[in-house]
Ligand binder design. Structure first.
Ligand SMILES: [Zn+2]
Length: 264
């Protein structure tokens, strides 16, 4: 750089603009994520520790499956995409809990237990103290993050609409649909599920209540994509135990024998 000072002027300065596009970083695939998990925090882990990185060769794939099952990530072709909930969660989690260094520290401690340099009790007490502290000092999201959770917070644990056909636990309404209380059960009826959106209907609490109780419910004003008109039918809940499907029954639509009657 030539010497320049404030107030100096220059003539015949040639400038040009170079246009370009930046590319977002590549999404993780299962392979690239597994490789990163294997090396995460490995430098901080004692050389003689058997387990390095996050998880073990046997458990890493299951950790990714768990992220998908708990709604933290979705698969799009080969890529793993974090959900909005996951992005929000990462925003509020204390740094210590997000760091692979924590795993490394724990593995190092376990090695010391193995060598008899410290006791298992000391190790567990340490973890217990850390969790107690983390919960105490993070009992609410920071004000700047509070609004991230307003939309997804459960509606004050609304009244149960009925029993889950799979496990019997209560099913409640949430902002995006109706969900079984039992986290591992997985029974849910999405508000914007394909069956209903194609018929231009949004399942409401009244409809879901009857479906849970009777397994079917007469509904009017279903839209037909074929004719462009609306029709009445009985919607039958057809839960395979893995997927919640719906069927239409046209034979009993006028009988009115299925609770609920015709819902507008
Ligand atoms: Zn259930």
């Amino acid at each position: 750089m030539p010497k320049i000072s404030e107030g100096q002027s220059f003539s015949n300065v040639r400038v040009s603009i170079k246009e370009g596009l930046t590319r977002p970083p590549k999404r993780f695939t299962e392979d690239t994520l597994l490789a990163l998990m294997a090396s995460a925090g490995a430098e901080e882990t004692d050389r003689s520790v058997e387990r390095r990185g996050i998880g073990t060769a046997a458990t890493r794939a299951a950790i990714i499956e768990k992220l998908i099952k708990t709604g933290m990530a979705t698969r799009e072709k080969k890529s793993l995409i974090p959900t909005q909930n996951a992005i929000h969660l990462i925003a509020i989690l204390p740094d210590a809990l997000k760091s692979a260094q924590l795993t490394a520290e724990w593995e190092n401690m376990l090695l010391r237990v193995e060598k008899g340099e410290t006791s298992g009790e000391t190790f567990l007490n340490g973890i217990s103290a850390m969790i107690t502290d983390a919960v105490k000092s993070n009992n609410a999201p920071k004000p700047e993050y509070a609004k991230l959770f307003a939309a997804s917070a459960p509606k004050d644990a609304g009244v149960p609409l009925g029993s889950c056909p799979r496990c019997g636990a209560p099913v409640r309404e949430a902002p995006r649909g109706f969900f079984c209380d039992e986290r591992n059960c997985g029974f849910k009826i999405w508000s914007d599920g394909k069956f209903f959106t194609s018929k231009r209907k949004t399942p409401d609490a009244a409809l879901v209540t009857v479906l849970l109780k009777e397994g079917r419910c007469a509904v009017s004003g279903l839209y037909s994509q074929r004719t462009g008109k609306t029709y009445d039918a009985v919607i039958v809940l057809d839960d395979t135990g893995k997927h919640v499907n719906f069927k239409l029954d046209f034979n009993h639509r006028d009988s009115g024998q299925y609770g609920g009657g015709l819902l507008e």
